[in-house]
Design a protein around this ligand. Sequence first.
Ligand code: NAG
Length: 210
Amino acid sequence: MEAQSRPRLNTLVIAAALTMFLMQQGCFSYARLLGAGAKTRFSTTEFIKVSCSKTSYPTLCFNSLSRHASLIQTSPVLLAGAALNVTLDAALSTSTMMHKLSKTHGMTPREVGAMKDCVEELSDSVDELRKSIDEMGQLRRKPPNLGLLLNDIQTWVSAALTDETTCSDGFAGKVMNGNVKIAVRSQIVTIAHLTSNALALVNKLASILV
Ligand SMILES: *[C@@H]1O[C@H](CO)[C@@H](O)[C@H](O)[C@H]1NC(C)=O
């Protein structure tokens, strides 16, 4: 009996000492978790992570949205809105890049043709994303036609995704300088992934609100 309880007692003493040490180091500091600023920041990041885990590209989702955490807080409406905004920004900068590339890169007429088709599809997707973002703005105050509005947004975002996919598929088949093709196509694929994630967040929003 004596011989058995002694090691257990030692274990307890070590555990208690370790706990006190860790508490001194602030590892169990609940104040840190419950403090207003800290709590908001913590729960916002968690909220974005959990929401993103249900999209098709969770890492891209989290990396693109976590920097907008203070704006998003824990609002599914702001989260979906920020996802659409991030997607639009990416589509705009790729579109600008492609436009420049098609003029300056000494491309063959066929290559320029392929690039132009893609720029056009990307420009359609930019318009569709803009329309969906406009309608997202109306969600700030609960509108009477909520279901219809969300349905519209889903339609616009799906259309944007289709245009981006057409662009990247078309691009893959065309004769084009290897490096340019790879660089441009990978950007378009990223935009399509961002759009797919935004659509998943909009769909989730619809499932909560309607
Ligand atoms: C998205 O962009 C629109 C237009 O610039 C802006 O009004 C809105 O606040 C942004 N929404 C989010 C959630 O960032």
